[in-house]
Design a binder for this molecule. Structure first.
Ligand SMILES: C[S@@+](CC[C@H](N)C(=O)[O-])C[C@H]1O[C@@H](n2cnc3c(N)ncnc32)[C@H](O)[C@@H]1O
Length: 353
């Protein structure tokens, strides 16, 4: 017997899907806006399409007009019908034109594009239970990832996360040896290096092109030998004597997080700290059925689970493993204390000793 359709629920659901489809279709036009400097140009002052086209370096006006109307329909910029001028509000500018704002989203749109590019590879993983090597996902997943996380790091690592650890900030001010494991393109490492000039930092990642990029960033800032980047899988780091180990948004990507935990214990000094930044998540899936959980489960399906399943053990924690599961794995690595030192809307910070 056919189940009766509830018209109100259907309309509400179609309305939600319309919004979601609009978001999906905005991805390429928003990326063009970032790449062509249209958001930056609009942040300078309101503009007609012709003014905007010229301010962005001589683009074709007809395309710029259609783009601007699309962004106005998205609600990402404003349009004044009387003057036919487009503008960015201060709040819209934080998302689209201020790279150091905590909610700058250029990297998020790049990440979506990288996820779409890798779709055929992940499809094969579904069929065969295999994984995708971090460097094989998409043209520049690693650059997109760096850009995606950077605003959160710029606004939290030094201001909130390190100060939440017991005695670590003082140690770093005096001078300590720090490993940033799974450092990617190194933004987190360099932010710490800027804030704590008496300390020495080594960024490790098993993905050589990320380490090349991190070295380029470091060279441009001239830290000398106080900051190094090395290619190494977490379990194979040969150096030891670290007072602090940091892992930003990467423990759940590793194939063998238990083995990594045991190795982190070996390379920490006695009394040293391990700070683990992971996506915020509840322990039960029902707690993650919210907008942040939605982003992370989708990214985890396309990126985190395949990355872990490509490695030995293939624990495949997923981006939303939750504190209980993470703590159990960390304790199995030989650590006595795991506590949630702080959290934000997107991350939780675990302090391990
Ligand atoms: C989501 S990215 C985060 C990168 C960086 N920490 C950031 O926040 O921008 C995960 C990183 O973990 C690295 N990774 C994954 N498994 C690893 C392993 N077993 N050993 C070392 N690095 C690993 C990847 O190469 C990648 O750079």
């Amino acid at each position: 017997m056919a189940t009766a359709i509830d018209e109100d629920r259907l309309h509400a659901f179609v309305g939600k899907m319309l919004g979601d489809l609009g978001g999906g279709m905005s991805v390429p036009t928003v990326r063009l806006g970032f790449r062509l400097g249209l958001f930056d140009a609009l942040a300078e002052a309101p503009a007609t399409a012709a003014e905007l086209a010229s301010r962005a370096g001589g683009l074709h006006e007809r395309y710029v007009r259609e783009w601007a109307l699309a962004q106005a329909a998205n609600g990402y910029i404003d349009h004044d019908p009387a003057s036919d001028r487009f503008s960015l509000s201060p709040e819209q500018a934080m998302i689209f034109a201020e790279p150091d704002s905590p909610v700058y989203l250029a990297g998020a749109f790049e990440l979506i594009a990288a996820m779409i590019e890798a779709e055929p590879k992940v499809e094969q993983c579904f069929r065969h239970g295999t994984g995708v090597r971090w460097g094989d996902h998409a043209g520049c997943l690693f650059c997109a990832t760096g850009a995606f996380f950077r605003p959160g790091y710029v606004n939290n690592i030094v201001q909130n996360w390190i100060p939440a650890l017991d005695g670590v900030e003082a140690k770093l001010r005096r001078g300590a040896k720090v490993a940033d494991v799974g450092c990617g393109v190194g933004f987190s490492t360099l932010l710490m290096a800027d804030a704590y000039p008496e300390s020495a930092f080594v960024g490790f990642d098993f993905h050589a092109p990320s380490i090349d990029e991190a070295r380029r960033h470091a060279a441009a800032h001239g830290y000398g030998d106080r900051v190094r980047f090395e290619v190494a899988a977490a379990k194979e780091i040969a150096e030891d004597g670290f007072d602090l180990i940091t892992m930003y948004d990467c423990l759940h990507d590793m194939g063998d997080p238990r083995g990594c935990a045991a190795h982190m214990r070996r390379i920490l000094t006695p009394g040293g700290h391990w700070m683990i930044v992971e996506p915020i998540a509840g322990d039960a899936p029902a707690e993650n059925m919210n907008p942040v959980g939605r982003l992370y489960y989708n990214a985890s399906t396309m990126i985190c689970v395949p990355t872990s399943l490509d490695q030995e053990v293939g624990e495949a924690l997923g981006a939303q493993a939750g504190e209980a599961r993470l703590s159990e794995i960390i304790r199995e690595g030989g650590f006595g204390t795991v506590r949630r030192a702080t959290e934000g809307p997107f991350n939780m910070v675990l302090e391990v000793q």
